[in-house]
Design a binder for this molecule. Structure first.
Ligand code: SAM
Ligand code: SF4
Ligand code: SF4
Length: 387
C-alpha cells in the first residue's frame, strides 16, 4: 500500500526559525501528482480558496491582532529578501488555480502597504481556471490607504474588496486601531472604492464584548441600503499575542438578537459552499427579503465551527503554506520556487500537502474548549498568515 504522503513531508514549525524548507528531496521521492482541477483533503474538502499574505507589516495596531506592546518598532518583521516576489507568488498561485482554486484573496498585515501591489493584481487577474474563467480576485484592507489607491487597484483588475471597520464612533475606532486613525478616512476610502467601481464591497467588523459591541446597531443602520454587506465577526483566539478570553467573545446569536429588536432580519441561503458567513436579509413589512435594504452576515468561527466545508489554504508572505488559520506549522513553498523545481513538481507538492490535510481546529475547540494561551504549540499570528 502506498505510504501516506503527509508522513513524508516535513513541516516547518516556526515561521522565523531560519530553517525554512520542505525538503525538495522528500517531495521528489513521491509520485508526481498532476493538477486535475479537483483536489480533496483527507476529509473530502475540496480546495477552492487561497489567501495570500503580501506583507507582515501594518500601520494599525488592532489589539486583537497586533497588540502594540508586542508589535513594537523592534519586532522582527520579515526582511524584504524573505518575501515572495510577485513573480513567485503568481507562479505558485497558477499551480493552485490548476488544482481548482477559483478565489484568491490578498491580505496581510496591511496589503496596501506592499509597494506596487497593482502589479501583482495585474498578474493574478490574468490567470484563468481550467474552464477558462477569470478568478474571483479580492483583497482585505483596513481601508486607510484606499482613497489614494482605489482607482489603481480597479485599473489593475481587482473587482471587489473587503474593508475592516470596527466602529463608526471616532473615539471607539481610534481606540480599536490603537494608532489614533480617524474613522472618516476609512469611510472616505470606502466611498473611493465605490466610485472606482469596486464591488460588491463588504465591511468586516470584529466584535469584542465590552469594547465595540455598542457599535453594532450604528454600523447596521449606516450600511443598510448602501449596497455594502456588513459582516460581524466573532473575536477569535488566533495567534498567541492578543490575550484572547472567551468572555470577550460576543456570540453571533447575540448580535442577531440585538439587531432583530430594531431591524427585522430573515435568514438567507448560503450563496456558495464553504461560505464563512451566515447571511441574513433585512425584512420588509410583509416579512420578505427587502433587497434594496440589503443583507448582513455573521461569521461565527468560535460558536459555530464551519470546518466541515473549509476549502481555504493560506500562504504567508514568505511562501509558507498553512492549512488552517490555527495551524502551528507551515509548508515551505518558497524553497520550491527558488530551487530547481518545475511547475509540475510544485503542483505535485501542493497536492500531497492538501491531500494529507485533516485540520479542524474550530470544531475541536467547540468540543474541547480553546487551548489555554501558552500551552501546546505556538500558533501562527493573524498578521503573518492573513485573515
Ligand atoms: N489589515 C487588513 C485588515 O485589517 O483588513 C487585512 C489583514 S487582517 C489580519 C484580516 C481580517 O482579520 C480583518 O478583517 C481583521 O479584522 C480580522 N482579524 C484579525 N484578528 C482577528 C481576531 N483575533 N479575531 C477575528 N478576526 C480577526
Ligand atoms: Fe492591521 Fe488588519 Fe491586524 Fe488590524 S486586523 S492590526 S489592520 S493586520
Ligand atoms: Fe478552516 Fe481551520 Fe478555520 Fe476550521 S479552524 S474553518 S479548518 S481555518
Amino acid at each position: 500500500m502506498a505510504e501516506q504522503p503527509s508522513k513524508r513531508i516535513i513541516p516547518v514549525t516556526d515561521q522565523r526559525s531560519g530553517s525554512l524548507g520542505v525538503p525538495a528531496t522528500a517531495l521528489n521521492a513521491q509520485a508526481l501528482l498532476p493538477a486535475s482541477g479537483l483536489l480533496q483533503d483527507a476529509r473530502g474538502r475540496v480546495l477552492r480558496d487561497l489567501r495570500i499574505s503580501v506583507t507582515d507589516r501594518c500601520n494599525f495596531r488592532c489589539s486583537y491582532c497586533m497588540p502594540k506592546d508586542v508589535f513594537t518598532k523592534d519586532y522582527p518583521y520579515l526582511p524584504h529578501s524573505s518575501l515572495l516576489t510577485f513573480e513567485e507568488i503568481t507562479r505558485i498561485a497558477r499551480q493552485f488555480v490548476a488544482h481548482g482554486v477559483t478565489k484568491i484573496r490578498l491580505t496581510g498585515g496591511e496589503p496596501l502597504l506592499r509597494k506596487n501591489l497593482e502589479i501583482l493584481i495585474e498578474q493574478l487577474s490574468a490567470l484563468r481556471t481550467p474552464d477558462g474563467n477569470a478568478l474571483d480576485l479580492t483583497l482585505t484592507t483596513n481601508g486607510s490607504l484606499l482613497t489614494r489607491k482605489a482607482e489603481a487597484l480597479r485599473a489593475a483588475g481587482l473587482k471587489r474588496l473587503t474593508v475592516s471597520l470596527d466602529g463608526l464612533d471616532d473615539a471607539v475606532f481610534r481606540a480599536m486601531n490603537d494608532v489614533d486613525f480617524p474613522v472618516r478616512d476609512v469611510l472616505d476610502g470606502i466611498e473611493a472604492a465605490q466610485t472606482a467601481g469596486l464591488g460588491p464591497i463588504k465591511v468586516n467588523m470584529v466584535v469584542k464584548r465590552g469594547t465595540n459591541d455598542q457599535q453594532i446597531l450604528p454600523m447596521a443602520r449606516h450600511f443598510k441600503g448602501s449596497g455594502i454587506v456588513l459582516r460581524f465577526i466573532e473575536y477569535m483566539d488566533v495567534g498567541a499575542t492578543n490575550g484572547w478570553r472567551m468572555d470577550d467573545v460576543l456570540p453571533s446569536a447575540d448580535v442577531i438578537r440585538l439587531l432583530q429588536q430594531e431591524l427585522p432580519l430573515i435568514p438567507l441561503e448560503a450563496s456558495q459552499p464553504g461560505e464563512t458567513a451566515q447571511r441574513w436579509g433585512y425584512a420588509d413589512a410583509s416579512g420578505q427579503h427587502d433587497k434594496a435594504a440589503g443583507e448582513i452576515g455573521v461569521i461565527s468561527s468560535v460558536t459555530q465551527a464551519f470546518c466541515s466545508d473549509c476549502n481555504r489554504a493560506r500562504m504567508s508572505t514568505e511562501g509558507q503554506l498553512y492549512l488552517c488559520l490555527f495551524a502551528s506549522q507551515g509548508y515551505n513553498l518558497r524553497d520550491l520556487v527558488r530551487g530547481d523545481h518545475s511547475d509540475e513538481e510544485i503542483a505535485s507538492a501542493i497536492a500531497h500537502i492538501w491531500q494529507g490535510r485533516k485540520d479542524r481546529y474550530s470544531e475541536l475547540r467547540s468540543a474541547e474548549g480553546p487551548a489555554p494561551a501558552g500551552s501546546g504549540k505556538r500558533r501562527v499570528e493573524m498578521s503573518y498568515i492573513g485573515g
